[in-house]
Design a protein. Sequence first.
Length: 146
Amino acid sequence: MYLNKAMIYGNLTRDPELKALPSGMSVCSFSLATNRVYNDRDGKRQEASDYHNVVVFGKQAENCAKYLTKGNATYVEGRMQTRSWEKDGQKLYRTEVIADRVQFGPKNGSGGSSSSTPATAGGENSKAPAVPDYPEEEINPEDIPF
């Protein structure tokens, strides 16, 4: 059995681009940046960013183009695919995540001016979801029942 599964959580590096195939199906493409922190050979803390090209099809593509903007946090599940083509006699390659599922993350900032539902955008009665109160004391791992 083979497995080709990609799971990425990151921030959009550019606004999504929506196009249509000749068949009429919508295609949305965007790029996600993921950050990682690691220690190098000398024990120094290093940070690195990776950039992932994402392609979404169908109704989900339309929703991505409508609600996502540069900087939004987004979770993507899908499969890796590399395609190739020739341009000016040179073979070019592009590796992409073909998304099966896209989940929008929290909006950046606390302004709330860009709401995900148009009916409440800019409304006086719209409130941000309540943040739960977390205990401030340390949690003892031995108190966890599993």
